[in-house]
Design a protein around this ligand. Structure first.
Ligand SMILES: [Zn+2]
Length: 84
């Protein structure tokens, strides 16, 4: 979802868009697939901070993930990215 590369399903991890430690739940709109490298880079970062630091991940996220992510999560993310 973040680097845009293609992987076998077995090589993917489930990423919580809003990390669980920050209140994200396991509902479908909060879950996307990410390769292990991206998931490790994102770790417990706020999504906005992760995407702000990585232009490619930002582009891929809005291209591929946005249709599957809860609208409220996207709204909060857009607001946060616009703020700084
Ligand atoms: Zn990746």
């Amino acid at each position: 979802m973040y680097c845009g590369a293609q992987f076998e399903a077995g090589a993917l991890t489930v990423d919580h868009v809003q990390p669980r430690m920050r209140g994200g739940d396991r509902s479908g709109g909060n879950l996307v697939t990410a390769c292990e490298a991206c998931n490790a880079r994102k770790a417990g970062l706020r999504l906005a901070d992760f995407l702000r630091a990585d232009a490619e991940a930002r582009r891929n996220f809005f291209l591929f993930a946005a249709p599957h992510v809860w609208p409220r999560t996207l709204r909060a993310l857009a607001e946060e990215l616009a703020r700084r």
